[in-house]
Write a protein that binds this ligand. Structure first.
Ligand code: SF4
Length: 414
């Protein structure tokens, strides 16, 4: 074997180790249709009849379908459906998209708007959520390619509003232009990648012309649910409007198929950073073994495992929520065994729009002005002794950066 062949063989071995396996296409579907994201959307499974063609439905699932409009909208692409077990209702991926009668049970906690996005202070104009000082969510559509049962934005998603109307779009842009403290715009919804290339191009173009906008993010489940959407044309459009970050939402290692792995690599190869936000879900991924499997595969594909969210108490999600203690135990088990690159940050959105908070394991067992004592993740006991306060200096050139820092701190008022 020559050097190049040896290298290719080693790469192949690594890929095989992680098993990015192709989704199994049903025989009756043409390959050209299967590879076409708009076909996947047009042929989504939306009702009991559609699902019954692919799945042996349980009584609980049938009861959920029978409850009709009481339930959050239902949808998945044939591609995503093919990743789930057709016979076992407890299959993790199936639990993400299949409706269940437990969505209708009396909840322990149930909020239509757990993130407080509808409060007027956070929703200054339609389709804009301005909760944090330097960034806004821009809800460009309410349509998704899958309606995840755990969705936190049930007050907006799948409410038949579709692509933002022209006047709302212009008003949203006007708001973003007027707030010069805004640095990041997060395209969300719904799923922005359900829009056509032309519409996305126009939105990115309009945002890029606003001088104070530094970073644009696209939050999307399409790389998971219809990775065919990540076409060469799309990545060229996104690349033109850089810096644009792709925020994916993989929740389980089995979602990382050959197709979705290729979609991630296409983004990264074209200079589009990929960050993943997972949600810890009961009976889906709430085990350290699963989180590490997802995180290592993502990192290998050069997607940063970014957040590990506590599931919000959105309507109908009680049966999918884990306890915070369960999540902390998972995080603590992972600590030290995953590098910082592979470790997602555990984050809780405080209900009623209290904002995000992060958890990190606390290894301190004594705190004083002079020192801190620790017992590390694998039991090493040690201390960090502080230098004398009198020797602590400010950097020589810090004043150069003060005006910029003041601007950042006052972002929301500008
Ligand atoms: S893709 Fe996102 S917005 Fe759409 S249903 Fe799933 S979680 Fe909600």
């Amino acid at each position: 074997m020559n050097g190049l062949a040896q290298k290719a063989y080693l790469e192949y071995k690594i890929r095989v180790k992680f098993k990015f396996i192709k989704a199994v296409k049903p025989d009756h579907i043409k390959d050209t249709d299967w590879q076409d994201w708009s076909w996947q959307l047009r042929n989504s499974l939306k009702n009991e009849n559609d699902f019954a063609k692919f799945f042996e439905l349980s009584d609980s699932e049938k009861k959920a379908f029978a409850s009709g409009s009481e339930l959050f909208n239902i949808r998945t692409t044939p591609y995503y459906a093919s990743l789930a077990d057709s016979k076992n209702p407890m299959d993790p991926i199936r639990r993400i998209f299949m409706p269940h009668e437990k969505e209708l049970f009396d909840p322990k906690q149930s909020q239509l708007d757990p993130l407080g996005e509808r409060k007027s202070a956070n929703n200054p104009v339609p389709r804009i959520i301005h909760r944090y000082s330097d960034r806004v969510l821009f809800l460009v559509t309410d349509i998704c390619s899958v309606y995840c049962r755990y969705c936190t934005r049930k007050h907006f998603t799948a409410t038949d509003q579709a692509f933002i109307k022209n006047d709302e779009y212009e008003n949203a842009l006007k708001y973003i232009r007027s707030k010069t403290g805004l640095r990041e715009i997060i395209l969300s919804g719904g799923d922005p990648l359900t829009l056509s290339d032309e519409k996305l191009d126009r939105i990115l173009f309009d945002l890029r012309r606003i001088e104070h906008v530094e970073i644009i993010r696209i939050g999307s489940r399409m790389p998971v649910v219809s990775p065919q959407r990540i076409t060469d044309d799309l990545v060229q459009i996104i690349r033109r409007h850089k810096p644009v970050f792709m925020m994916t939402h993989f929740n389980h290692p089995r979602e990382l198929t050959f197709e979705s792995a290729s979609a991630i690599e296409k983004c990264v190869d074209n200079g589009i950073p990929v960050m993943n936000q997972m949600v810890l879900l009961n009976g889906v991924n709430n085990h350290a073994a699963i989180v590490q499997a997802l995180s290592r595969r993502l990192l290998f594909l050069r997607a940063k495992p970014y957040y590990m969210f506590q599931c919000d108490p959105s309507i109908g999600t009680d049966y999918l929520r884990t306890s915070i203690d369960d999540s902390l135990a998972i995080q603590k088990e992972l600590w030290g065994h995953l590098s910082g690159l592979a470790m997602p940050t555990l984050s809780v959105d405080i209900p009623n729009g209290g904002g995000k908070m992060y958890y990190a394991p606390d290894f301190q067992n004594l705190i004083s002005a002079e020192k801190r004592n620790f017992i590390g993740w694998d039991g090493v006991e040690s201390e960090y002794i502080n230098p004398e306060a009198s020797v602590i200096l400010k950097p020589l050139d810090y004043e150069m950066y003060l005006p910029e820092w003041d601007e950042v701190k006052n972002s929301k008022n500008r």
